[in-house]
Design a protein around this ligand. Sequence first.
Ligand code: ADP
Ligand code: GLC
Length: 478
Amino acid sequence: MGGRVLSVASECVPLVKTGGLADVAGALPGALEPLGWEMRTLIPAYPGLVEKLADATEAWSDDDLFGGPARVLIGRVGPAIILALDAPHLYDRSGGPYGDPHDFPDNARRFAALSWVAAQIAASGLSDGWQPQVVHCHDWQAGFAPAYMDLCTRTPARSVMTIHNIAFKGEAPAAALDALRLPVSAFNRDSLEFWGNLSSLKAGIAHADAVTTVSPTYAAELMRPAFGFGFEGLLEYRAADFHGILNGIDTAVWDPARDPLIVETYDAATLSKKARNRAALLAEFDLAETEGPLAVVVSRLTGQKGMDLLAESLPDFLASGGALAVLGSGEAGIEADLRSLAEAHPGRVGLRIGYDEALSHRMFAGGDAVLVPSRFEPCGLTQMYGLAYGCVPVVALTGGLADTVIDANPMAISDGVATGLQFHPVDALAFSQTLRRTVSLFQDKGTWTKMQKTGMSQALGWERSAASYADLYESLIA
Ligand code: ADP
Ligand code: GLC
C-alpha cells in the first residue's frame, strides 16, 4: 500500500541531535521508503540548519505564527526530505534546541507553533500539493499536533504519537491556553489538562489515533505507576491503541566492518582485529594495559541513565582488573563524582566530559563491554551499538534494554543465545554483583567470544520496526 507521512520532530540526524530521538527521526524516512511510504520531516529551522539543505524552496508561509512571520522551506539532506520551519522569533537563537543551559521560557509556544504548522499542513497541504495521510508526532515537542488536528482544523489525516521519553511532559500553565490557540473547553482531564496544568504530551496521548513507544517492555512498564510519570492511567485506558515498536540502529553507520571512524575494521570472522582498537582506546584514555575487561560508557550523565551508580559500583570491578572509559556530560554532581573516581584510579578510569560522535565509535570498537545501568530506558541505542561491535552490553533489566539483550544465565550460555548481562533491581549492589559476573565471564574466553559473536549476528537494523510502523499507518488510513 504505502502513502504519505509527515514526521514532526524537534531534532533529526544529521541536522541536530541531543539524543536518540534524533537518530530515530533521521532513520525512519529511509527505512519506510522501500515500503512505499514517503515520509517528510518537519523540524524547526534552528540557526544554520537551512544552509545544510540542498535546493531549499518555500512550501508554506504564514504572516503570524504565534507572534511573527514564518515559512516552511522544503529541501533535502541526503535522501531525506526536510521541511524546515523558519520562524526567527521562535528559533533564531543561540544555545541548544531547547535552550542552554536552561530551557527557554517560551518553549511551550515554540513547540506549540511547530505542532500548529503540522496540523495546518495536514489540513491544507504544501504548495507543491503534498498532503500527508498520517502525522507522526515525536515526544512533547509535537504533542499538541494531534490536539490541533482534532480540535482546531478539519483534516482527514490520522495521527500517531510516539513517546521516546515520558519524563518530559511539555507542561505550561493553564493561562497559556489562549496564547497557544487551544480551546478553553478542552481544558479537562480527557484532553489537555494534566494535574492542573497544560501538558502537550498529555494532549498528544489523549488525541492521537494511535500511541506508540519505542520498545514492547517499556510499553508495558508505562502502564504502571513506577514508570508512567502520572500517565499510567491514560495509557492503560488507551491500551488498545498503544503499541511498543522497538527502535533499530542505522547499520550503514554502525558497522565495524566498514566504519571509517575506527582504528581497524573487523567483523565476527576477524574479531581478533578488535584488539588494535582496544589498545588504541586504552592509549587515548591514558589507561594501563589490563587483563580484565575494558568497560565503556557513552551516555548522558544523568540519574535516568543510572550514572550515579558508577562511582559506587565500580571500585570492586577495578580492583579485580577491570578498566573504565567514560564519554558523556550531564548533571554536575555525577560529573564531579566521576572526576573523583578517575583521580582515585589513575590508569584505570578515563573520563571525557563532552559530546564526541567519532570518539563514541572508537569506544564501541575498543571496549570489551558497554555499561547501561538505566533506571528507565524506553529503548536505548548504545546497547545495540555494543552488540554490533562485539562490545558486550551490561544493562539494567528494563525497557528496551530488556528487549534487546539476552542475559548470560547458564541456560542461555549452553543454548548459545546469550548476548550480554542484565541486572535487577537497578541499584549499586546488583550492578556491582553483575560487574563481578562480567569479570569472570571475560576470563572464560570461549564463552565471551561466543557471546560477542552472537551479539554481532543480531538483526539490529530498521527493517522490522519500519514494517511495524507501516502496518500501523495502514491500519489507520484503511
Ligand atoms: P537517550 O536518547 O535517552 O540519551 P539513547 O541511547 O537512545 O539515549 O541515545 C543516545 C544517543 O546519543 C546514542 O546515539 C549515543 O551514542 C549518543 N551519545 C550520548 N552521549 C554521547 C556523547 N557524549 N558523545 C557522543 N555520542 C553520545
Ligand atoms: C529517548 C529514550 C531512549 C530512546 C530514544 C529514541 O531519548 O531515552 O531510550 O532510545 O528516545 O527512541
